[in-house]
Design a protein around this ligand. Structure first.
Ligand SMILES: NC(=O)C1=CN([C@@H]2O[C@H](COP(=O)(O)OP(=O)(O)OC[C@H]3O[C@@H](n4cnc5c(N)ncnc54)[C@H](O)[C@@H]3O)[C@@H](O)[C@H]2O)C=CC1
Ligand SMILES: O=C(O)/C=C/C=C(\O)C(=O)O
Length: 488
């Protein structure tokens, strides 16, 4: 398959670590290959970090914290953070192409979501940081108490492959805004945009040593999470990895922020606007190949509109164009890697064994000699014990189940160890308010999905996360407070 159609002259890059303002190879010289998931071609090499590389990056980050960055006036730091956002926009096309090469996602999506949002993450926190206050209490005529904010210190930022630039900047911008220095570890599967981001930070004027990056696999991540001079870890990824990180971080009592997996429900009542439901459900099911932790992969539809929903939903979903990420009409690109492709296909086998019916899809997309393409898949006929209904598939695969009563659907919705998000569809405001409060999820969207305001608490409950990101929540995670009491 030819993936150069409509692509500008941007070339894939080799990825080195970024330590103390310089690109550097691994101390032991080891690298691994970065594969294009749409063509299976080698995009380049990636430095494979070891404990020694992490030690070096952490030492540099600690030094930088005590130097210019640690004493920089707020407005100056805010201006540098804003500049990073500006430079991301200046290099928008380059970053979008690299993101699509790495992830297999459609180029229009990289441009309109990943890169736009990456820039906005910096612009948002550049503004937000200038408005953040702390608490103060006057205790009669006895004492005045006020809190002083400090950075946490050296923070490890560990990220997955689904939204590489968006998620790295979502952590990096507030970490810098709060005055920390960082060691980032992008996913081994999608290393390119973070590599460019590190240089952008330097070009924006952020002092050397403040932003460091070490590439590598889980072992590299583990060298960060167990490092005794790293003060906090912000992690997005699989729930089981979150658990391993918690264990590794326990001996040094690191502060942790986890955004983990989800198995999010869409709950559709008969009184909802069905056209809106269909348009939004197409996105919540298949955007980014279903590789978004917020995707609504369990769809519950009130029985009286179930047949009509299935008819309209499958009618639109079957027309989604699967293929070349660089074709402007592509709606579903390649899955991120061969390993993930095999995982998603294995769930389609499980669905068959469990007696599921494929309304559409159910197999690898045809017509591709190379690349990891899977057909958008709608499965019905599975019961609530089915592994496909319970486990995170993280691909273009949804299950649809009818329901009769509010109580019944609420039980099914909450019958999971995940609790990230939900999308609830009804025009009955009382029902919307009642159910939203009972759904066990960190975020409930009513008559919409993935509508973001960066000031709001973002994150999950149960096995979907620990803590919240966004606005003051991010700022609190990346800060420590000292309470000062002055006797009057
Ligand atoms: N936001 C979400 O909810 C996401 C969930 N996933 C789920 O996770 C599955 C696997 O995706 P991966 O990217 O492999 O997720 P992962 O959780 O294994 O990896 C995420 C990041 O953590 C690092 N890592 C792995 N093991 C580590 C360890 N022991 N200590 C420190 N860092 C470690 C990885 O190198 C990567 O940078 C997907 O199939 C999907 O189901 C994947 C991406 C995002
Ligand atoms: O909008 C955001 O900040 C994040 C969205 C998606 C994820 O966190 C994810 O897919 O992991």
């Amino acid at each position: 398959m030819q993936t150069t159609e409509n692509r500008t002259e941007v070339k894939a890059i080799d990825c080195s670590h970024f330590i103390d303002g310089e690109y550097v190879p691994s101390i032991n010289g080891k690298t691994f290959e970065n594969i294009n998931p749409a063509t299976e071609e080698v995009l380049g090499t990636v430095a494979e970090g070891t404990k020694e590389d992490v030690d070096r990056a952490v030492a540099v980050a600690r030094r930088a914290l005590r130097a210019e960055w640690g004493n920089m006036p707020l407005r100056q730091r805010s201006a540098l953070i804003r500049k990073v956002g500006d430079l991301i926009l200046e290099r928008k096309e380059e970053l979008a192409v690299l993101e699509s090469l790495d992830t297999g996602k459609p180029i229009w999506l990289s441009r309109s979501v990943d890169v736009e949002r990456a820039a906005y993450n910096f612009h948002f926190f550049a503004d937000f940081m200038t408005t953040v206050g702390t608490e103060a209490y006057q205790q009669d005529d006895i004492a005045m108490h006020y809190a002083v904010r400090h950075p946490v210190g050296v923070v490890g930022l560990i990220n997955p492959w689904n939204l590489p630039l968006l998620l790295m900047t979502w952590k990096l911008a507030p970490a810098l805004a709060a005055g920390n220095t960082v060691v980032m570890k992008p996913s081994e599967v999608t290393p390119m945009t973070a590599t460019v981001l590190a240089q952008i930070c330097k070009d924006a004027g952020i002092p050397d040593g403040v932003v460091n990056m070490v590439h590598g696999f889980g072992e590299t991540g583990a060298a960060i999470t167990s490092h005794d001079d790293v003060d906090a870890i912000a992690f997005t990824g699989e729930t089981i990895t979150g658990s391993a990180i918690m264990k590794a971080a326990a001996p040094t009592l690191k502060k942790l922020s986890f955004e983990l997996g989800g198995k999010n429900p869409n709950i559709i009542f008969a009184d909802a606007d069905l056209d809106d439901v269909i348009e939004t459900t197409l996105k919540s099911s298949f955007i980014n190949q279903g590789e978004v932790c917020l995707c609504g992969s369990r769809i519950y539809v009130e029985r009286s509109i179930y047949d009509e929903f299935i008819e309209k939903f499958q009618d639109k979903a079957k027309d989604l164009r699967v293929g070349d990420p660089f074709h402007e009409d592509t709606k579903v690109g390649a899955l991120v890697s061969e390993e993930h492709y095999n995982k998603v296909l294995s769930y389609l086998d499980i669905a068959k064994e469990e007696g599921g019916h494929f309304v559409i899809g159910g197999k690898a997309a045809e017509g591709f000699e190379k690349g990891f393409f899977v057909e958008p898949t709608i499965i019905t006929g599975l019961n609530s014990d089915s592994r496909c209904v319970r486990e995170e598939i993280f691909g273009p695969v949804v299950t649809v189940v009818p329901f009769d009563t509010e109580e019944e659907v609420l039980h099914q919705v909450n019958d999971t160890h995940y609790g990230l998000s939900a999308s609830l569809w009804t025009t009955n405001i009382k029902r919307a308010t009642r159910l939203s409060a009972q759904i066990e999820a960190g975020m409930v969207w009513v008559n919409t999905w993935f509508l973001r305001d960066l000031r709001t608490p973002f994150g999950g409950m149960k096995s979907s996360g620990i803590g919240r990101e966004g606005g003051a929540h991010s700022f609190d995670f990346y800060s420590e407070l000292t309470n000062v009491t002055v006797k009057l």
